[in-house]
Design a protein. Structure first.
Length: 202
């Protein structure tokens, strides 16, 4: 059965509002093909964004709990990943909907390395982190994976938060960083994007 049911614009067909399902509909007018305005993929993206907003609220509360346990320098809330960016990542990088682990994201910075590692220890003791370990990679520590003195470094955690009626575990991204390293990232991110795009050229 085709899904979802699609509404057709009356201006396009010269009649009252009509409804049709499927990938297209051939009408009496021989040169007119009507296509759905709202595809299943678009519906999945909308659902993903809705869950992302819920996950973002849960993640920010998690960060406030972290702040009550460890002294932090700043908490950055960039909001959920933009719709166009989500679609680009799925289509060009071969990601599936359930593999989008950074729709909800936040970053916490620290003045001193000791505070950074105290936060690292705190996160590892939380159930949100322990649930992620069952799914695979739960943390990427680029402080221990550095290959050159000038390379950007952070600790990236993937955490699981319960989302009602979600068909798969909702994974969010939390970055822990030093204030000075975050400043370097803001300068170098454009260079990274240019390099990444160049690597994808034939």
């Amino acid at each position: 059965m085709a899904s979802p049911v699609q509404r057709l614009e009356s201006a396009q067909v010269g009649m009252k509002f009509a409804w049709a399902a499927g990938q297209g509909m051939q009408l009496d007018r021989p040169n007119l093909i009507l296509k759905p305005r709202y595809t299943l993929f678009e519906a999945q993206i909308d659902e993903l964004i809705g869950k992302g907003l819920i996950g973002q609220r849960k993640l920010l509360q998690y960060c406030r709990n972290l702040r009550s346990a460890v002294r932090i320098s700043s908490l950055a809330d960039p909001g959920i990943k933009k719709r166009d960016t989500i679609i680009e990542k799925i289509r060009t990088r071969g990601k599936r909907i359930e593999q989008m682990n950074d729709v909800s994201r936040a970053s916490v910075t620290f003045q001193h390395l000791e505070e950074l590692y105290a936060a690292d220890a705190w996160v590892r003791e939380t159930p949100e982190f322990r649930k992620t370990t069952a799914l695979g990679t739960a943390v990427k520590n680029r402080w221990t994976q550095m290959t050159s003195d000038g390379e950007y470094r952070d600790i990236k955690f993937f955490l699981v938060f319960p989302i009602e009626k979600s068909a798969f575990p909702w994974v969010v991204e939390l970055q822990l960083n030093l204030t000075i390293a975050a400043k370097v990232k803001s300068i170098g991110h454009g260079i990274y994007e240019i390099t990444r795009l160049g690597d994808n050229l034939p």
